[in-house]
Design a protein around this ligand. Structure first.
Ligand SMILES: NC(=O)c1ccc[n+]([C@@H]2O[C@H](COP(=O)([O-])OP(=O)(O)OC[C@H]3O[C@@H](n4cnc5c(N)ncnc54)[C@H](OP(=O)(O)O)[C@@H]3O)[C@@H](O)[C@H]2O)c1
Length: 380
């Protein structure tokens, strides 16, 4: 039995991971973490009986300590680092949202633990460094994102020189065929196919999520030839084109428990009740993305072209702040694109090669983007 740590266990991916874990007897949950949702965390503690938890908020960590006297409660980012460094941990699922996931990804790899990664932001911010640590320590970063899980499965047993390009599919989000000039928060949160956390749902509406996935794919698979194809049915999760013109794709229902289970059990396939019938699906459609309406895709390709720069980091920080401001109705939906564009223009720099330098740059860019929003975008 492997000792599993689920970071971000109270979120959408975290809860789905625990659902998969509870269907089998192959994992012992030794640790869980959240930011502030201690009620959900408490339910999970009762059910999975972990020895350790981490709560980002110190006051709420104290409440959990009072509630559960027999477990160790860590707090803040330092607590996450302690958790992933515990000798008893074999396998880490990182399902934290945002750049807060960077340190736990880094120290999981540093400590040579197995890693299933949902936190794409880690790779967007520091892909080169994380891949280097993973390679140095002989650790594979196994993706949870459905697109990257699909590509991972299509690539099994294939050689790099056989690959023509990676094909990332995208549903197109709620604004595929709809005007978004005066989109409300509710409009942007209405994803046609997937039920996800709020941040990634808004990122799907702007297509910044697909942009992040382009950067994530580049680092996971060490391939820069990447095409994005709009596929509104979200049944083909992504594909790989080979040099002989063949395309291999992975097809499944849109339920994140399928790629999560694959990341946990690969190469074994476990029995799950989420089946689709191709004859019921009937028709699958594909089209090119509208780069003009969704400049976020071009921002990501620009980050790939200049990968010694910090453009992935800027996109990530600016997007986190812009999305949070949009959810609080401080800015308009269309402002998100403009904030990303201005941030890329104003804050371009070289990316440090070490973790402390990258973390410092994250803090610095955050301050600068917040100033930009306060000065030019926030509505009083
Ligand atoms: N949801 C999906 O279907 C999906 C698909 C592919 C990839 N992903 C990726 O998976 C990751 C998680 O997404 P999600 O949709 O599951 O997000 P979510 O539902 O918002 O959950 C995020 C989790 O992270 C915790 N968290 C938030 N901020 C934190 C911080 N500063 N420090 C420590 N923990 C923090 C949250 O705790 P609280 O609950 O206490 O706030 C929660 O447990 C993201 O990187 C996303 O891009 C998600």
């Amino acid at each position: 039995m492997q000792n599993l740590l689920v970071l971000g266990s109270t979120g959408s991916i975290g809860r789905n991971t625990l659902d998969i874990v509870s269907r089998t007897k192959e994992f012992n949950v030794v640790g869980l973490s959240c930011k502030s949702n201690i009620d959900e965390l408490s339910r999970q503690i009762e059910k999975f009986k972990p020895k350790y938890v981490c709560v980002e908020d110190s006051n709420l960590a104290a409440v959990v300590r009072e509630r559960f006297k027999d477990i160790t409660v860590f707090e803040k980012e330092e607590g996450l680092i302690e958790l992933v460094s515990l000798e008893s941990v074999d396998f880490v699922v990182n399902a934290i949202v945002g750049s807060a996931g960077l340190s736990p990804t880094y120290y999981t790899l540093k400590n040579s633990k197995k890693l299933a990664l949902a936190n794409k932001e880690s790779l967007v911010v520091a892909g080169r460094l994380l891949k280097k640590i993973a390679n140095d320590n002989g650790i594979e970063i196994v993706p949870i994102d459905s697109e990257h899980s699909a590509i991972y499965q299509c690539l099994e047993g294939k050689k790099k020189e056989e690959i023509e390009k990676l094909i990332l599919t995208a549903s197109g989000g709620p604004f595929l065929d709809k005007d978004f000039t005066s989109a409300t928060v509710e409009d942007a949160l209405s994803h046609p196919n997937w039920d996800m956390g709020k941040k990634i749902t808004i990122d799907s509406a702007t297509m910044m999520n697909k942009g992040f996935e382009i950067i994530e794919a580049r680092w996971l698979f060490d391939i820069k030839s990447i095409e994005v194809v709009i596929h509104p049915e979200s049944i083909i999760h992504s594909a790989v084109e080979f040099v002989d013109g063949s395309i291999i794709a992975q097809i499944a229902d849109h339920d994140m428990r399928i790629p999560i289970a694959y990341a946990l059990f690969k190469p074994k396939r476990v029995s799950l009740p989420f089946k689709i019938s191709l004859s019921d699906v009937g028709k699958l459609t594909f089209r090119k993305p509208e780069f003009g309406r969704f400049p976020t895709l071009e921002f990501a390709f620009e980050a790939l072209r200049k990968e010694e720069k910090n453009l992935g980091l800027i996109l990530n920080v600016a997007d986190e702040i812009a999305v949070e401001s949009f959810l609080k109705e401080k800015i308009k939906f269309v402002d998100i694109f403009r904030i990303l564009e201005i941030s890329l223009e104003k804050f371009e720099d070289n990316l440090p090669s070490e973790i402390d330098g990258i973390k410092e740059m994250l803090r610095d860019i955050k301050v600068k983007v917040l100033e930009l929003l306060k000065d030019r975008f926030w509505r009083s």
